[in-house]
Design a protein around this ligand. Structure first.
Ligand code: IMP
Length: 172
């Protein structure tokens, strides 16, 4: 395995996700929000986070990709799957694995905002603020991490490592 070290253990992830779930539960108790997961990296975060939300809510998914096969963003964002839910007047929470340059989420938030939601917030598991190119910040953040390429818990390198139960730093 090409993992240099574990950055966030399974236990650290679950503890923090429970806190995020509690914050969302307080803010959206009576709003029936639509959680929108960004495929594919957010899958594990999405399922663990929504299980911590005990109020009525709906799920949807959007597909976007900006990375080629490497560890650097291509800068080009492509929509690979649109949402199915009518978002007009709805309270939307975008759930994403990582906010890096911000180019992907800039594209996704602009796209979803054009569908007329009543509100739109961003919840990310990881934030790498050092690499930001787009003017964008998240409303709910799991962990702020240094500028290192990480894999696991949904995050991939060339489509591998998504199934690691922890977040680790890949060997250079
Ligand atoms: P951004 O557009 O640069 O903010 O990148 C967002 C997307 O790039 C995320 O959804 C990830 O799929 C991918 N990404 C960014 N940083 C990493 C990383 O450290 N490991 C794995 N994927 C990453």
């Amino acid at each position: 395995m090409e993992i240099e070290r574990v950055l966030l253990t399974q236990e650290q992830l679950q503890t923090r996700i429970a806190e995020l779930g509690a914050a969302l539960s307080a803010d959206y108790a009576d709003k029936t929000p639509v959680f929108i997961g960004v495929l594919k990296g957010a899958v594990h975060f999405f399922t663990d986070l929504t299980l911590q939300f005990p109020h009525p809510c709906q799920y949807d998914f959007i597909g976007a990709s900006s990375y080629g096969d490497g560890t650097q963003s291509s800068g080009q964002v492509k929509l690979t799957k649109d949402v199915m839910t009518d978002l007009q007047g709805r309270h939307v929470i975008i759930v994403e694995d990582i906010l890096d340059t911000g180019l992907t989420l800039r594209f996704v938030t602009d796209w979803l905002r054009s569908k007329g939601p009543a509100s739109l917030k961003l919840c990310v598991l990881l934030d790498k603020p050092e690499r930001r190119k787009a003017k964008l910040s998240a409303d709910y953040i799991g962990f702020t991490i240094p500028n290192e390429f990480v894999v696991g818990y949904g995050l991939d390198y060339q489509e591998l490592y998504r199934n690691l139960p922890y977040v680790g730093v890949l060997k250079p």
